[in-house]
Design a protein. Structure first.
Length: 160
């Protein structure tokens, strides 16, 4: 199964889980990014953030009103930009007094070059879900091809 969680829950004031197995692990296998590629490293050797993390943060910024919709124009493909503009117009993640944050991200890789991801968005005591699809293009860049939140969906505009 290819479903993974990429962010862990942080509970302030609680202790981390205790390791019960006292044996030391051998070498850690090298982590691969979604789609099977090895993450590129920055100058200090730190890996770049995963595309799921980047896009969850970008989409949240637009849907919460912190960034304009057109900032996602080069990061979307197909109908995703229209869906994002339609959602942002309704301001579904704008919260008064608290800024929404990405709590968890999970993803599923249905085929190489495609990622279906979900993010849990927290704002105060509210928890919302956001789903999005990423596809790796011939220009070696990830682009969002679909985005959804709970609630009404954008109506299809069929040509008659």
């Amino acid at each position: 199964m290819n479903k993974l969680m990429t962010r862990t829950k942080h509970h302030p004031g609680t202790r981390p889980p205790v390791r019960h197995d006292t044996r030391r692990p051998g070498s850690t296998p090298r982590r691969t990014a979604p789609g099977g590629s090895t993450p590129r490293t920055a100058s200090a050797g730190a890996p770049h953030p995963r595309p799921t993390d980047l896009f969850a943060d970008r989409l949240l910024s637009v849907l919460s009103g912190r960034r304009p919709v057109h900032s996602m124009l080069r990061h979307t493909a197909g109908r995703a930009y229209d869906e994002l503009a339609w959602l942002a117009e309704r301001g579904p993640l704008r919260a008064r007094g608290t800024n929404p944050v990405v709590r968890d991200i999970g993803y599923y890789v249905p085929r190489p070059g495609a990622i279906e991801a979900f993010a849990r968005i927290g704002a105060g005591d509210q928890l919302r879900a956001m789903a999005f699809r990423l596809e790796y293009g011939p220009d070696n860049r990830w682009r969002c091809t679909a985005v959804e939140l709970g609630g009404p969906r954008m109506p299809h505009m069929d040509d008659d």
